[in-house]
Design a protein. Sequence first.
Lengths: 103, 103
Amino acid sequence: MFFALSDANRRAMLDRLSIGPASVSELAEPLGIALPSAVKHLAVLESGGFVASEKEGRVRTYRADPRALAAMETWVAQRKARLHAQFDRLDAYLAARASRKRP
Amino acid sequence: MFFALSDANRRAMLDRLSIGPASVSELAEPLGIALPSAVKHLAVLESGGFVASEKEGRVRTYRADPRALAAMETWVAQRKARLHAQFDRLDAYLAARASRKRP
């Protein structure tokens, strides 16, 4: 999932797809990359759950898939919650130490 | 930022640090990796804004830095909002087409 986002061209493709579906050539052209390279990037995004594709005749159309974003949201929220719990414990510890020091 | 998370050992280190601060050896040991390798992973996490470190005497202690998680949260939320806007436009288009088809 995170590997899929570790490349600037793949992130640019996702940004383009967040506006609406597009073909491989529509995704490759603004980035100035070759079609086979774009196809590889899209395969990585597809296996990461960020895009889905459909073939109609000879044209494959890619669209953004919201599931990977939802999974990322959960991942970040879990880590944030743990971090806040850690800070709360530190606050409690410091408060307890400060009150012990008072006469 | 996403490159930092693209490695399972780095994600495991982040999970460990979400519980509380730790030294390099405390982070390396449960993963069964060598100290120099752990130091490299931590440098990547630090440059991505996921961890911060402090040196006291000869011991460097690492702690989770909440800023990168906050940046990721923003990134995900922006893409989700755009995707929802895209779906809303599609809904509106389909509704308009359906109403035109009705006699």
